[in-house]
Write a protein that binds this ligand. Structure first.
Ligand SMILES: *Cc1c(COP(=O)(O)O)cnc(C)c1O
Length: 431
């Protein structure tokens, strides 16, 4: 088998996500044969450093021996069981650990099998909570430039131009408020002021405010200061609306702390987790919430206040085993501390880009670094050129338009960081 033969079979029958399929008339499809550490290897033997953690999910490398072993153990014990009326040990253990490691006050875990579903759950739960206590609050508030997934409810609270244009008529009503324009405290205060203006007028009809804490991922890796989250928490309390922290991308160490909200020292009413939860192995998501919210659904069956949400693969036992193995690695290997050193090293490496005239807005938060290519027309598809150059040179970068970012598994070595960033530098030099 070669890249070419598999590529042909693929293009005959598979419709890929987030892809204009016609692009594959000139862009190669890359069939991956195997993965190990930060590397992906194709059928022709080419190796690529996975600088985007395979869509932001992988943190401890591909085919990590420890996670592999734990999944294999689970595989011979129990692969899956219905989560209504039944339970299993891996999910109980995982839930105990999540409650223990997340901010004080998050005491209940509700599971699903992907990030968008976790967002849907938080939105529905917040609306339903209000309904159960006799309030009708059908509107959600979110940040401009936000991304929360691609199912209908998640799309409705997101603010990505192309989705809004295309699916707008199908989406429920939501309001967007200003996101802090940069990582300064002044920008955080300015945006908090705007938030309060909206809440003064409309809090009575808003169930919840949903945010991506510290980094808006799909929104071009836009970063802001934890001070904004502190202010948002205060304002949500003052105007009596829920705060949903969508940590689907930033959770599990991406921002430098285990969870981004820790940097603001706040507890959200809902914490949505997925992506790195299983180390990037298997689909799983969870919404953590408070006993107070749980309590508003807890009553005699006849009162019909139960929460209504279920998915066939909710809380899959293999995925929970992968998640437990992932948490083991955090506990055993001093990951957050090691990451601090790698993050500082990457920041230093970013210096080299500062002298380039076509590069601006160089930024970093924890294990994510990003920069903008400036002065290009969007029709030039400048990010695509960087993507192609990097692939030819053994690095999988996947720019968001003109924004180049580095978000590798944490297991990347210093030499591999050099290679990843040097190839990006060369790619920009050849533009
Ligand atoms: C990826 C992502 C989602 C959606 O998760 P899926 O598993 O892709 O549905 C939601 N919110 C944020 C912030 C994300 O990065």
């Amino acid at each position: 088998m070669t890249n070419e033969s598999i590529k042909q079979r693929d293009l005959d029958i598979i419709w890929h996500p987030c892809t204009q399929m016609k692009d594959h008339e000139f862009l190669p499809m890359i069939p991956i044969k195997k993965g190990y550490g930060v590397y992906l290897e194709d059928f022709d033997g080419n190796k690529y450093i996975d600088a985007i953690s395979s869509w932001w999910v992988n943190i401890f490398g591909h085919t990590n021996p420890y996670i592999n072993e734990k999944i294999k153990d689970q595989l011979d014990t129990l692969e899956h069981v219905i989560m209504a009326g039944f339970t299993q040990e891996p999910i109980v253990r995982l839930s105990e650990r999540l409650v223990e490691m997340t901010p004080e006050g998050l005491d209940k875990c509700f599971y699903a099998d992907n990030g968008s579903s976790a967002v849907e759950i938080a939105l529905k739960m917040s609306y339903h909570y209000n309904r159960n206590i006799g309030k009708e609050k059908p509107i959600f508030l979110s940040l401009k430039n936000s991304y929360h997934g691609e199912t209908m409810g998640a799309l409705a609270v997101g603010d990505v131009e192309i989705y809004k244009e295309t699916y707008g008529p199908l989406l429920l009503e939501s309001i967007q408020t200003m996101v802090p324009k940069d990582q300064s405290i002044a920008a955080a205060d300015e945006a908090a002021l705007e938030l309060e203006k909206i809440l003064i007028e409309r809090a009575h009809e808003i169930s919840a405010f949903i945010v991506e804490p510290l980094i808006q991922g799909a929104g071009s890796m836009h970063m802001y200061d934890p001070h904004y989250l502190k202010r948002a928490r205060e304002l949500c309390d003052k105007y009596d609306i829920h705060l949903i922290a969508d940590e689907i991308m930033v959770g599990f160490g991406r921002t430098g702390t285990m969870f981004a909200v820790e940097q603001a020292d706040i507890t959200p009413d809902y914490l949505c987790l997925s992506k790195a939860l299983t180390g990037g192995y298997l689909p799983l998501s969870v919404v953590l919430t408070t006993n107070k919210i749980y309590g508003a659904f807890y009553c005699d069956y006849s009162q019909q206040k139960s929460f209504l949400d279920s998915h066939s693969y909710t809380g899959n036992a293999l995925a929970c085993a992968a998640a437990n193995a992932t948490l083991d690695i955090f506990e055993n290997d001093n990951i957050i501390e090691e990451n601090e050193k790698k993050s500082a090293y990457m920041l230093k490496k970013l210096d080299r880009f500062r002298s380039l005239k076509n590069v601006g807005n160089i930024r970093q938060c924890g294990m994510i670094s990003a920069l903008d290519l400036q002065g290009y027309d969007s029709s030039e598809r400048i990010g695509l050129k960087v993507y192609q150059y990097a692939l030819k040179n053994g690095v999988l970068l996947r720019p968001l338009g003109p924004v180049i970012y580095f978000m590798s598994p944490y297991t990347i070595t210093y030499e591999e960081i050099d290679k990843m960033m040097d190839v990006a530098y060369e790619a920009i030099m050849t533009l």
